[in-house]
Write a protein that binds this ligand. Structure first.
Ligand code: C2E
Ligand code: MG
Ligand code: MG
Ligand code: MG
Length: 277
């Protein structure tokens, strides 16, 4: 009020500008899904017990015709709001399984699945089809879900998770520890893996955080889940992560997410990398 009327007008102008750019992005996103302007990058994870790359997480990127490469933080929530995630998510599953079927040995691929994909019919069908077409063994596919999937507290979601598990697919709980009531979700479903959010790893040198990580690892092993430390960035964090008993690590220290050809080169070098870590 003190600033006078112009401030109010300016505010409204700002709002409509934001709305216009959101609408623009939505149109672009629709076009992108039809035109196939997406690609996947793959971030390797290291098995700390038997040093080797155990698998890679598929992370989607949008090759925007004018803006260049855009990260998922800028379009996944819009894809969810508009329902476009259903088609995009189907493509991500097929592409990740196809690529993983060319990887050596038993290397797994992890695919992030959003809550909206669970609310629509077709997820199980998409998963089964991606496996069938690629020929990837089901145990080499891991689906990463966050609490937001279980927050819906629906029997239908749990039943769907159990059926996916029956296909032989593994289920991981992503970004563990960041939600409001993380522990309660561990009662609802027997996860194959728990990924400790990188905000904990970033301060794992603090005694309080180290104690929490140790407790999560203990809980995980009692529940039969493997524990991955996400976002390991520095050499200093690695002994902590090992000492607390995490079975797996992922983060910039090992590698950033890589385009498929870069990943192939990375894997060719892994024996030494595995020993160095
Ligand atoms: P997320 O599943 O927890 O993925 C980890 C994110 O952390 C990735 O960001 C990765 O690049 C980043 N990261 C990995 N290591 C480090 C590190 O050492 N330090 C730091 N600072 N960051 C690290 P990205 O690719 O931007 O993805 C962000 C989020 O977008 C993902 O979080 C996931 O929730 C979502 N997302 C990505 N790809 C997909 C997808 O294909 N489908 C769906 N539904 N969501 C996706
Ligand atoms: Mg993830
Ligand atoms: Mg995560
Ligand atoms: Mg995340």
């Amino acid at each position: 009020k003190a600033a006078g009327r112009n401030t109010h007008c300016f505010y409204e102008a700002g709002m409509s500008a934001r709305l216009a750019s959101r609408n623009r992005l939505e149109l672009d996103l629709r076009e992108a899904v039809s035109a196939g302007q997406f690609l996947l990058h793959y971030q390797p994870a290291l098995d700390l017990l038997h040093p080797a790359v155990s698998g890679c997480e598929a992370l989607v990127r949008w090759m925007h015709p004018r803006q260049g490469l855009i990260g998922p933080g800028e379009f996944i929530s819009l894809a969810e709001e508009t329902g476009l995630i259903a088609r995009l998510g189907g493509w991500i599953l097929r592409e990740a399984c196809r690529e993983a079927s060319t990887w050596p040995g038993d290397m797994r691929v992890a695919v992030n699945v959003s809550a909206v994909q669970f609310e629509r019919p077709g997820l199980e069908h998409n998963v089964a089809a991606a496996l069938a077409v690629s020929g990837l063994a089901p145990h080499r596919l891991e689906l990463e879900i966050t609490e937001s999937v279980l927050m819906r507290d629906s029997e239908a979601v749990l039943a769907c998770l159990h059926r996916l598990r029956t296909l032989g697919v593994r289920i991981a709980l992503d970004d563990f520890g960041t939600g409001y009531s993380s522990l309660s979700y561990l009662r609802r479903f027997p996860f194959d893996k728990i990924k400790i959010d990188r905000s904990f790893i970033g301060e794992i040198d603090k005694p309080e955080t180290a104690a929490i990580v140790r407790a999560i690892v203990g809980l995980g092993s009692d529940l039969g889940a493997r524990i991955t430390a996400e976002g390991v960035e520095t050499q200093d964090q690695l002994p902590f992560v090992r000492q607390k008993g995490c079975q797996e690590m992922q983060g910039y220290l090992l590698s950033r997410p890589l385009a498929a050809p870069e990943l192939r080169r990375f894997l060719a070098r892994t024996p030494e990398l595995a020993r160095a870590a």
